[in-house]
Design a protein around this ligand. Sequence first.
Ligand code: C2E
Ligand code: MG
Ligand code: MG
Ligand code: MG
Length: 280
Amino acid sequence: RVKEHGRNSVRQFIPEMGVTAISRLNMEGALRRALERHELTLHYQPKIELATGHIVGAEALVRWHHPQIGLIHPIEFIPLAEETGLILPLGEWVLAEACRQQVSWKKSGMADLKIAVNMSPRQFRQEDLSERVAAIFTETGADPSNVTLELTESMVMQDVNSTLVALRALKNLGLSISLDDFGTGYSSLSYLRRFPIDELKIDKSFINDIHENPDDAAIASAIIAMALSLSLSVVAEGVEKKEQAELLRKMGCSQVQGYYFGRPMDAAGFATRYREHINE
Ligand code: C2E
Ligand code: MG
Ligand code: MG
Ligand code: MG
């Protein structure tokens, strides 16, 4: 019954069924095989520049096409991958695949799109991270200036001295750094100024009720003002409604991402969406 959905099914993952089914089968082994059998895939969610309405980039979000269960979202397997260390090969695959996609976009005339890739804490703490990232750029031919690494606020604030060293090495490659889920961690504002970062992404928990809750609006507005005064680009994630986008535009927010503008899509879906918007 399940099989008929096939490998490319985009059926929503059913938590009750999946987690227990997989843990019985040994989730770790299943994930290890998923890497070998190329069951992982990337979806791409558009990033929109508010001033122009143009798609200026995409965030790569990993999905697992389990042959029996169907599409599994990262929240179901990234934590285990992080615990077991499988995040290292998984993360390398994600970055390489995202780079290959960037090169392919460039070839098909989608040249200026920036690709954003999420990085986990364990990946970020690798001693040789910048060498590994550099090797992936060389291997794939991707242009580092079209690549953004998304690190969470809590990750970079953990050990600020080694963070600073790691960020400098990464920035030397010519890529951009974004602080994801901003507002949920505890940032020391003085480090925000010292870290060589390019972008803040306001966590979607502040955006959800921004149009109805003055406190959330005040927080978002303060983050935007701070980002702009530090010459950082600022992205609001989780924008689902026109009112939210309108408010964020008035606040001076640079970019938005969210279901209102486009859900994460497979590569073909993203290319179609991009072409439609060019012709709008
Ligand atoms: P994130 O990096 O903060 O990504 C944003 C998440 O919000 C994505 O969930 C996206 O689908 C979802 N989202 C986007 N717009 C909306 C919206 O308008 N409303 C709502 N409710 N949600 C929205 P997704 O793809 O399930 O990813 C969840 C998290 O998993 C990501 O959060 C990221 O932390 C992690 N993740 C995803 N891919 C990777 C990866 O390749 N490597 C690592 N290390 N982590 C990843
Ligand atoms: Mg999701
Ligand atoms: Mg992200
Ligand atoms: Mg986020």
